[in-house]
Write a protein that binds this ligand. Structure first.
Ligand code: SF4
Length: 368
């Protein structure tokens, strides 16, 4: 298989290289008339390109747009992001998931401030050395913001190249990078790279690609062979994990008791409502009672007050909320704090959702 893929790679690279100029022109023309207007494209500074690319990892464009706009208002430049409290960055990221991306963004901003006096580095190697930035993101910043001749390969581009070359066997990742290196023009790199990604997002779709509208139709082997719907074959999806938790919703003067979250927890943020996972075979009430002893040092009567469903990354969470009118007078553990439901310490939208539902239930009970 290794020899076979090497031969295929060699043949593809040779064949396509000769057609690069025609392909570039046709792709660039298509992009001018068809690309989407997106906020990060209007003023593609390295900072804006970087933030958008990090947000777009694992997240759809329509979800990212409002987050990007809010982020730019609050953190318009590297210094603003570097100097902000981490909790504020996490609060603005809340709901986007994969929170290590936000932490790395801020670590990188701080490094740029210290090592490059706040000016975004232009060298590919310097950008690649920043936390959370891989080959793709470094290439995107260099090409889109600085128009440097750097190739990029993302999922969309990989799919286009797989089809244009009618690749039916698994090919090493280096093939895609080599192909982009051969195709990339000396000028207009920024537009070319964005056009390749846009083509995958709008025309060369995972299923039912719109081939008649495609600017690469004249070079596409998959279309010629009638394989455009069968390659690339579907990838295995990450398995979703179902998790149940019991959480305490203890309110005092409009504020809620929160405790530190463990590092590396699947729930984002440093603080949250006290909670424990419900292991198979255990009842939510039983776990809530254990939690109560852990947080308040003793057991008090608990009432089931809400149940919410929430998804974080690939975790599907069922949360059982428990409150208690009898907790006043109990002394929580030393590390606990009180916060309002909109407080910056409460980063995860899971906890906010639990509180909103708890309040709705309380209001309904008061009315009836
Ligand atoms: S012709 Fe069809 S399969 Fe080939 S690159 Fe274009 S959209 Fe994709």
């Amino acid at each position: 298989m290794a020899d076979q893929s090497k031969l295929i790679m060699k043949a593809c690279l040779k064949r396509r290289n000769g057609k690069a100029r025609k392909l570039q022109n046709s792709l660039l023309r298509w992009y001018q008339g068809n690309h989407r207007v997106l906020p990060w494209r209007s003023n593609p500074t390295p900072y804006r390109v970087w933030v958008s690319e990090i947000m777009l990892q694992q997240t759809q464009v329509k979800t990212v747009i409002p987050y990007f706009n809010r982020f730019m208002v609050r953190f318009p430049d590297i210094a603003a992001l570097a100097e902000a409290p981490e909790q504020e960055v996490m609060a603005l990221w809340s709901g986007l998931g994969y929170y290590s991306r936000a932490r790395n963004l801020q670590h990188s901003a701080r490094q740029i401030l210290e090592r490059f006096s706040g000016k975004f580095p232009q060298k590919f190697e310097d950008i690649l050395a920043l936390p959370g930035i891989g080959r793709y993101t470094a290439g995107a910043i260099c090409s889109i913001a600085f128009n440097q001749q750097q190739p990029i390969v993302d999922g969309n581009i990989r799919r286009v190249l797989t089809r244009v070359n009618a690749l039916r066997v698994r090919i090493p990742e280096s093939f895609f990078w080599d192909q982009m290196k051969l195709w990339i023009p000396a000028q207009d790199v920024s537009t070319f790279n964005q056009a390749m990604m846009e083509l995958g997002a709008l025309v060369c779709l995972p299923s039912d690609p719109h081939c008649p509208k495609c600017p690469l139709l004249h070079v596409c082997l998959a279309k010629r062979l009638g394989l455009q719907n069968s390659i690339p074959s579907a990838r295995k999806k990450q398995i979703t994990q179902n998790i149940k938790i019991a959480a305490l919703v203890l309110e005092q003067k409009g504020k809620f008791l929160i405790t530190p979250l463990e590092k590396g927890d699947f729930i984002p943020g440093d603080w949250g409502l006290p909670y424990l996972k419900i292991m198979p075979g255990m009842a939510p009430e039983e776990v809530a009672s254990v939690l109560c002893r852990k947080v308040l040092g003793r057991t008090i009567p608990l009432v089931s007050c809400t149940r919410v469903h929430h998804t974080i990354s690939h975790y599907r969470i069922s949360a059982y909320g428990f409150c208690s009118p009898a907790f006043r007078g109990c002394k929580p553990i030393e590390k606990a704090r009180w916060t309002s439901s909109t407080g910056k310490l409460l980063v995860s939208s899971l906890f906010r959702k639990i509180i909103v539902n708890y309040r709705k239930t309380a209001a309904t009970q008061e009315e009836s």
